[in-house]
Ligand binder design. Structure first.
Ligand SMILES: Nc1ncnc2c1ncn2[C@@H]1O[C@H](COP(=O)(O)OP(=O)(O)O)[C@@H](O)[C@H]1O
Ligand SMILES: O=C(OP(=O)(O)O)[C@H](O)COP(=O)(O)O
Length: 403
């Protein structure tokens, strides 16, 4: 390992731990997910060693609906850790410092959403971030900093890259295991067919992975919002916003040229959905062949069953399958057919398989699939993509420099 881990940190200290508890928020309620379960292991280990454990994390971005307090996160984390997790509605002010100083050995505290602090977000160098009031005020209350937030490791934010310059820095268990698994994949070669299932909401993630893994991946199977944008580039009347949506047009403006050129150059390696699913007037799932669509009048929320029947045999023939992003709005059972169908096909084979994405990995537990049927399930989205494409991660770079 190129950085220090908890094994290198003496127990009984005051430890500041960066977690990634960024979660789906539905009607103001934070949804439990794998990130809590995974990070709980690091937090429990530190508490059991007699450390005073202070956690910081983010939720959403200012201006978005899911930009909320971490109060609910503290309760969900506590359930997974099996110990109380205190919460203080402050990031680094007097209230936070007082709560930190009041902790006893083995106690756990979660600070308020770090993105409520002005110094956190604008991306900057580790030196600039280390110099902020946030880092300079909080760091002296601790003996060590542990970064467990692998899924936010691609961000040059204060809580990620600033603290390692101000405190002795270590990687947590999630950081360690995700780094090991995802980096190994980038360096691995496969003899047989390599397939990548790409979907989800972020077209730019999908494009960058398709461009960077051009040589390595033989077949890309598309779905989700990203897949619909590719259908639009292929000439189908879909992939645009209708009825107050804001998922497609802005992404299309930004990415249309790249999507067209990827499709042009790698068309033979790209399979698009042949049918799509939507909600009919009775509120039931209905499907339509893409050739039969004359005009988009409502949202398409999943790929259709025929598409799944095309994708499954391609997966069965593969030696390695990677997944990034869901093929539909799987959180709604009616539109889980594409995502679950593909995951089931992967689980049936003994190919090398990795499922990534904070949201997408949630489908595995939601639909009763067994994590043991996959080689690795990553709780990271953007960071996983960067690792797969061999890009370095700022959080890992600073941990390495610190070591
Ligand atoms: N057609 C669709 N309409 C609305 N949402 C979709 C559609 N297809 C996929 N999604 C959503 O995409 C989300 C996952 O995408 P993304 O955020 O890119 O991935 P991740 O967080 O897994 O990296 C899922 O929560 C799913 O509901
Ligand atoms: O959920 C996250 O990223 P992901 O959606 O790529 O998995 C991370 O918490 C990073 O959040 P951000 O993309 O708002 O910086």
């Amino acid at each position: 390992m190129s950085f220090n881990t908890i094994d290198d940190l003496d127990p009984g200290q005051r430890v500041l731990v960066r977690l990634d508890l960024n979660s789906p928020v539905e009607d103001g309620t934070v949804q439990d997910n794998r990130r809590f379960e995974r990070h709980a292991e690091t937090v429990r280990e530190l508490a059991e060693r007699g450390d005073r454990v202070v956690c910081m994390a983010h939720q959403g971005r200012p201006g978005d609906d899911d930009f909320v307090s971490l109060r609910q996160h503290a309760d969900i984390l506590a359930e997974h850790v099996g110990r109380d997790v205190g919460f203080v509605p402050d990031t680094y002010g007097p209230e936070a410092i007082e709560a930190i100083e009041a902790l006893d050995a083995g106690e756990i505290l979660l600070l308020e959403n770090v993105r409520m602090c002005e110094d956190e977000l604008p991306e900057a160098s580790p030196e600039t971030k280390a110099d902020t009031e946030f880092v300079q005020t909080l760091a002296p209350a601790f003996d060590a900093y542990v970064n467990d937030a692998y899924s936010a490791a691609h961000r040059k934010h204060a809580s990620i890259v600033g603290f390692p310059l101000a405190l002795p820095a270590y990687a947590g268990r999630v950081m360690e295991s995700e780094y090991e698994a995802n980096t190994a994949i980038a360096e691995r070669d496969f003899d047989g067919q390599v397939t990548m299932v790409v979907g989800g909401t972020k077209a730019s993630d999908v494009i960058s992975v398709m461009e960077a893994l051009d040589e390595k991946v033989d077949q890309f199977l598309l779905g989700g919002i990203a897949g619909e944008l590719f259908l639009r580039a292929a000439g189908y009347p879909v992939g645009e916003d209708v009825e107050g949506m804001d998922l497609f047009d802005e992404q299309w403006e930004r990415n249309a040229d790249t999507i067209r050129s990827v499709l042009d150059e790698r068309g033979d390696a790209i399979t698009l959905a042949s049918d799509l699913a939507y909600e009919d007037a009775e509120g039931e799932r209905a499907e339509i062949d893409v050739e039969a669509i004359e005009e988009k009048t409502q949202g398409f929320l999943d790929v259709g069953s025929e598409t799944v029947e095309t994708y499954a045999p391609i997966i069965h023939e593969s030696e390695a399958v990677f997944v990034k992003g869901a093929l539909g709005l799987f959180e709604d059972e009616r539109f889980s057919v594409g995502t679950v169908g593909v995951l089931e096909a992967i689980a049936e084979t003994d190919c090398f398989s990795v499922v990534g994405g904070g949201d997408t990995s949630r489908a595995i537990e939601m639909y009763g699939l067994d994590e043991a049927d996959f080689s690795h399930v990553s709780i990271a989205g953007g960071a996983y993509i960067r690792a797969l494409t061999g890009e370095s991660l700022p959080a890992v770079d600073v941990l390495e420099d610190a070591a």
